[in-house]
Design a protein around this ligand. Structure first.
Ligand SMILES: Cc1cc2nc3c(=O)[nH]c(=O)nc-3n(C[C@H](O)[C@H](O)[C@H](O)COP(=O)(O)OP(=O)(O)OC[C@H]3O[C@@H](n4cnc5c(N)ncnc54)[C@H](O)[C@@H]3O)c2cc1C
Ligand code: FES
Length: 255
């Protein structure tokens, strides 16, 4: 898929809570056919500390409206600056970048697992699976019920299970200890979140020969395979997370 460098217009900046906001973007040209797991390199204007673009996943896509959304957690200067964008502001993106989650066949039982800002690429993944005939189970992990975002949107695309660290909603604990793993037999698990969470899910899947794909959030600079700062060590050698990933089958990772 051809990459674009494009100025897009912010048509909404919706703040979900103190940490998360959603930018909806649209432009003059037709948006591309995105694949789930792809991301954009976002230029942060007006922030002298933020020299490099920031990688942000494609969160949701509306082809009829010719718009798409980025779900962003405020982590530092760059994302803070992005959180201040208003209707009509212009955002420069290089996109769509990276590979995507692979499609299951219609017989596979699929679980999607997300934690923290790792849930960002999973809404579009769920919708993409729906359009290909799969209704996934979805397990979302949050610190507490104040941090739960977009719950209703996930309910529309699958069977949703929640964990919170303090038990204020769903089961108490981390996603990796949720009862969904003992209650159901999955053929495939798609995952994005903290490394520790993805490694635990990867170990679970490897022991049971379940197909498992994870979306890595390695630090990135160029996002286009030029600087090698995002290299990941795989069983087949070193690969760039930005162009060979961010989605990897866990059997290819040295985890
Ligand atoms: C392929 C990919 C997709 C991503 N998608 C999203 C998304 O959809 N929504 C979202 O909120 N975030 C996403 N991230 C993480 C996001 O890019 C970082 O949080 C962001 O670059 C931080 O920039 P900053 O200037 O605000 O913070 P900085 O000041 O640069 O860093 C603040 C803190 O965030 C950490 N950080 C910086 N970059 C990353 C990173 N790549 N991953 C994890 N922690 C990081 C730093 O180590 C530091 O502790 C994604 C990362 C990758 C690689
Ligand atoms: S971020 Fe530069 S090579 Fe991947």
């Amino acid at each position: 898929m051809a990459k674009r460098i494009e100025d897009l217009k912010v048509i909404e900046n919706k703040h979900l809570n103190n940490d998360f906001f959603i930018l909806e973007l649209s432009g003059d040209t037709k948006i591309p056919e995105f694949k789930p797991g792809q991301f954009a390199q976002v230029r942060v204007d007006g922030s002298p500390e933020t020299f490099l673009r920031r990688p942000i996943s494609i969160h949701d896509v509306d082809y009829e409206k010719n718009s798409f959304k980025l779900l962003i957690q405020i982590a530092g200067n760059g994302t803070k600056k992005l959180s201040e964008l208003r209707y009509g502001d212009i955002l420069n993106l290089i996109y769509p970048l990276g590979n995507s989650f692979s499609l299951p066949n219609e017989k596979e039982k699929v679980l999607i697992v997300g934690g923290g800002c790792g849930i960002a690429p999973l809404l579009f993944l769920g919708k993409y699976l729906n359009s290909n005939g799969t209704v996934p189970d979805i397990l979302l992990g949050f610190r507490n019920n104040d941090r739960i975002i977009e719950f209703e949107d996930y309910l529309k695309i699958g069977n949703v299970f929640v964990t919170t660290e303090d038990g204020s909603m769903g089961e108490k604990g981390y996603v990796t200890s949720h009862s969904v793993f003992s209650a159901h037999k999955y053929n495939r698990i798609c995952c994005c979140g903290p490394d520790s969470m993805m490694k635990a899910i990867a170990a679970y899947c490897k022991n049971r020969k379940i197909i498992c794909e994870v979306s890595l959030e390695n630090l990135m600079a160029c996002g286009i395979g030029a600087c090698l700062c995002c290299v990941v060590d795989t069983v087949n050698g070193n690969f760039c997370t930005c162009i060979d990933g961010p989605v990897f089958n866990v059997n290819d990772l040295k985890w």
